[in-house]
Write a protein that binds this ligand. Structure first.
Ligand SMILES: *[C@@H]1O[C@H](CO)[C@@H](O)[C@H](O)[C@H]1NC(C)=O
Ligand SMILES: *[C@@H]1O[C@H](CO)[C@@H](O)[C@H](O)[C@H]1NC(C)=O
Ligand SMILES: *[C@@H]1O[C@H](CO)[C@@H](O)[C@H](O)[C@H]1NC(C)=O
Ligand SMILES: *[C@@H]1O[C@H](CO)[C@@H](O)[C@H](O)[C@H]1NC(C)=O
Length: 462
């Protein structure tokens, strides 16, 4: 008996610690250039118990670092481009940055990487010095070693695809000639420190600007039937794979072919809206791309060149950012609107995050992990028949106390199906642990950060 327990306990723990034997987590970019975004605390709550387990930000916003403490979500922080120069000056500036920006939040906040700059080598800013980038990375790594943090916190830098001289064919790609010395130093640094090479890769832009020659299916992470054949025999069904292998070839061409360097897609995504005439940026395309991207991120699939090397992926982006400059698409890469509703439907349910996780409307439920602290309401214009079925389910087998929406209740008015269904759906969602997937209701549910309560009608929130 006792022996059985001893054997079972470690196994149970093992399963708890590593419940995803063949599913990867998914990363997301959390940009904050919006004036209508929810507080970091709400964002952290929203993301808990979804399949998002890594969040990349563009600074060291202390509110965000605090909000993600004890969430089980890994954070990747950044040195802003304008700050790289100072950190490159000397180790003491680097240490001061680390001491002020990062150290106060660890270990409660799981910070796993520092991005030094963003697309530093390919921005138009003339003040940015390639040598300073390399030196800043080295300085930060040195102070991490001095503080015993270098195993946990990796130092890297995200590149745009513009660091390549050409990306086609993938097997023949090289870095731009003028960047070769800098890239050699950076890749050498990454190989020596075990940090990943980060690339921001957007098939969207390639498709938008060449829609006559690029097939939509190829750009949308589909399996384009004829694919693109590389002279070395690799066949590409989608452009993202070709972009990743182009980077790989460029790294190899620098002479690092026999070193292990993981390639991570630090940004990829597809906007739901663009300028007039942009036929690529539609909610449907965005939904297709990001759904496939998330599937791809969860799989252990590599690329044609390295089928067994899984690729970590950070979706761009969590929110639409209404204060971003540039064309309309720049403000519309988000999966979520500022109010926490989804721009289009993408399934972020996490099958393995908590016990019995694959819950959908009408299925058996378990009271499981605490989910995001948001409300769930009925989506406007939902099909009445489905809404009625949802309402009947919630107030019947779903176990919701629906007295408030009966004739004498505080939420009876407005006596509308949408309002009553909203009340019942929210109550069901709150009761069952506020898991993301408990606000699906056959596509009629909408998670929101905005309290739907009105007058005397209170929407409960746990
Ligand atoms: C960089 O250092 C200079 C000189 O100490 C200082 O004036 C400037 O504010 C620093 N820049 C940043 C971004 O901290
Ligand atoms: C893509 O299609 C080809 C040919 O139909 C097939 O062999 C291959 O397995 C498919 N790849 C994926 C990732 O579905
Ligand atoms: C990698 O290849 C180069 C050139 O072929 C060789 O000099 C070097 O020793 C190799 N390094 C490793 C780690 O195998
Ligand atoms: C969402 O994903 C989960 C986990 O993979 C799955 O079990 C569930 O059926 C999906 N829901 C929908 C509506 O596709």
């Amino acid at each position: 008996m006792a022996i059985t327990h001893l054997l079972l306990l470690p196994l149970g723990l093992l399963l708890l610690l590593n419940p995803l034997p063949n599913v990867n987590g998914v990363g997301i970019n959390y940009g904050t250039l919006g004036n209508n975004l929810p507080s970091p605390k709400k964002v952290a709550q929203l993301l808990q118990s979804t399949l998002i387990d890594k969040v990349k930000i563009y600074d060291t916003n202390p509110e965000i670092l605090q909000a993600f403490s004890n969430t089980g979500i890994d954070l990747i922080v950044a040195v802003e481009n304008y700050h790289v120069s100072n950190i490159s000056n000397d180790a003491s500036t680097a240490d001061e940055w680390l001491a002020n920006r990062v150290v106060p939040f660890i270990p409660a906040t799981s910070i796993v990487a520092i991005c030094v700059g963003n697309e530093y080598l390919t921005t138009d800013d003339e003040k940015l010095e390639p040598n300073e980038l390399v030196q800043a990375m080295q300085n930060l790594h040195a102070v991490l070693i001095a503080r015993g943090l270098d195993r946990k916190i990796k130092v890297t830098t995200p590149h745009s695809m513009a660091v390549l001289a050409s990306s086609f064919p993938p097997s023949a790609s090289t870095f731009a000639l003028n960047l070769m010395p800098t890239m050699t130093a950076i890749v050498g640094f990454l190989a020596d420190t075990g940090a990943p090479f980060l690339v921001n890769a957007y098939p969207y832009f390639a498709y938008r600007d060449n829609s006559g020659t690029v097939s939509l299916e190829y750009a949308l992470l589909g399996n384009a039937t004829h694919g693109v054949r590389d002279p070395k025999g690799y066949v590409y069904g989608n452009m993202l794979d070709a972009q990743i292998d182009a980077i790989r070839s460029a790294i190899n061409a620098l002479g690092f072919g026999n070193r292990t360097i993981e390639i991570t897609v630090s940004e990829s995504g597809w906007p739901s809206k663009g300028d007039t005439g942009d036929i690529a940026a539609t909610p449907q395309n965005a939904k297709t791309y990001n759904t496939r991207l998330i599937e791809r991120a969860q799989s252990y699939k590599g690329t044609p060149m390295k089928p067994k090397d899984k690729v970590e992926i950070f979706v761009f982006a969590l929110f639409n950012e209404n204060k971003k400059k540039g064309d309309e698409s720049e403000r519309n890469f988000g999966i979520f609107n500022g109010d926490g509703s989804k721009v289009y439907d993408v399934n972020l349910s996490c099958q393995f995050c908590s016990d019995g996780g694959t819950l959908g409307f009408g299925e058996k439920v378990s009271s499981g992990a605490r989910g995001p602290s948001v409300w769930c309401v009925a989506k406007p214009h939902s099909d009445d028949k489905v809404l009625q079925a949802v309402l009947d389910f919630c107030c019947g087998p779903g176990g919701v106390d629906c007295r408030e929406i009966y004739k004498s209740g505080d939420c009876f008015e407005p006596d509308k199906l949408l309002a009553h269904a909203s009340y019942a759906m929210n109550a069901y969602y709150q009761m069952h642990g506020r898991n993301y997937w408990n606000c699906d209701f056959k596509g009629t549910g909408l998670a929101t950060f905005t309290d739907p309560s009105y007058g005397a009608c209170r929407y409960p929130q746990q």
